[in-house]
Design a binder for this molecule. Structure first.
Ligand code: SAM
Length: 322
């Protein structure tokens, strides 16, 4: 097992199936172009082999499938059906929910029980302004159908000053009402936001302000969370829980156990590092040749992790999947 001096190791793998997305959220895809895949994306079979090799070489226990938007990818079915047989503790998926109702039978069939659905507002017009694609009603319907099918749903919202701060309370109320756990994600300095500090600061809403807005309407208390969790969790008595992924305000780098594999075959050990390590060529090798080479790259990827604080990175979120 590869462990660093801070006792960190890779347990959680995120695989971006494709960089293509049917949205172009303003904070993620600044050029507004939708459905643009990356060049030289790997096949479903190669990505699944990557997962198999990483389970062995790094001790991966849990897999999250992401993108771009994983549900638009033609690789989805083959990939999920293959990795479902790998004996992982958990396979979950992050989606914008637009195609959720349509893809639900497949997700249920392969044993996915946990979904993260990104939703920044319940206002249909503001939704179109931020996502620049899709429609709100399909997302809400997809979540309702997934919940009825027994899926556990977390809703991810990125609070943005001037765009959706008025939605913090309505969205929280909606999620509590429907049994979804809302998680606020502090805006991260990724991609264009790593280069444009002014734009970042104009839009950023931190933990303190968020809790102040929530505290004016709800009583809450901090709740337990797993040691390597990224989210701080809070309980609203009698209603349910919400979380805050406070990358900037309360960085979780010290206990980070995440490893990312892009749709083009690059390993990223840290969101906040521009280092990446190509494994696409190793995936054509037999196991006994691939694993030693992979272990060397995993040592480097673990060494890329920030020791204390997240500082942002040039990598675009839709390439590595958040
Ligand atoms: N298409 C899927 C979705 O919408 O959930 C998966 C990919 S998307 C890149 C994953 C998550 O990253 C979304 O919840 C999105 O809001 C978040 N995200 C993208 N850019 C971000 C940024 N700069 N800061 C914080 N979160 C970001």
């Amino acid at each position: 097992m590869i462990v660093d001096r801070q006792g960190r190791r890779f347990r959680n793998l995120r695989v971006s199936l494709t960089a293509a997305c049917n949205y172009a959220c303003t904070y993620c895809v600044p050029d507004g172009k939708r459905l643009v895949a990356a060049q030289d994306e790997l096949s479903a079979e190669a990505l699944a082999r990557g997962v198999a090799y990483l389970i062995e070489a790094a001790g991966i226990e849990r897999l999250r499938v992401t993108g771009g938007e994983p549900l638009v990818s033609p690789k989805l079915e083959t990939f999920l059906k293959t990795v479902a047989g790998f004996g992982l503790d958990d396979i979950s998926l992050t989606t914008n929910g637009q195609l959720l109702a349509r893809k639900l039978p497949l997700l249920v069939d392969v044993g996915i029980r946990r979904l993260n659905v990104s939703l920044d507002t319940l206002d249909a017009q503001a939704f179109r302004g931020i996502a620049r694609g899709g429609d709100l009603a399909s997302v809400l319907d997809g979540m309702a159908q997934a919940a009825a099918a027994g899926m556990k749903i977390k809703v991810n919202m990125v609070p943005l000053r001037g765009q959706n701060l008025d939605q913090v309370l309505p969205l929280l109320d909606y999620c509590l009402e429907h049994g979804y756990e809302l998680r606020f994600i502090e805006l991260m300095r990724m991609g264009h936001l790593a280069r444009d500090n002014n734009q970042f600061l104009q839009q950023f809403v931190g933990l303190e302000q968020l809790l102040q807005v929530i505290g004016e309407h709800f009583e809450y208390a901090q709740a337990d969370a797993p040691v390597d969790a990224t989210a701080l969790r809070y309980r609203i008595p009698g209603r349910g829980c919400f979380g805050v992924i406070a990358n900037e305000s309360v960085p979780f780098c010290r206990t980070c156990s995440r490893l990312r594999l892009s749709s083009t075959g690059w390993l990223h050990g840290c969101l906040s590092s521009s280092n990446r390590h190509y494994i696409g060529d190793l995936l054509d090798l037999p196991r006994h040749q691939a694993l030693p080479a992979l272990q060397g790259l995993l040592v480097k990827a673990l060494g890329d992790k920030q020791s204390v604080a997240f500082s942002g990175g040039a990598t675009v979120m839709k390439i590595i999947g958040g």
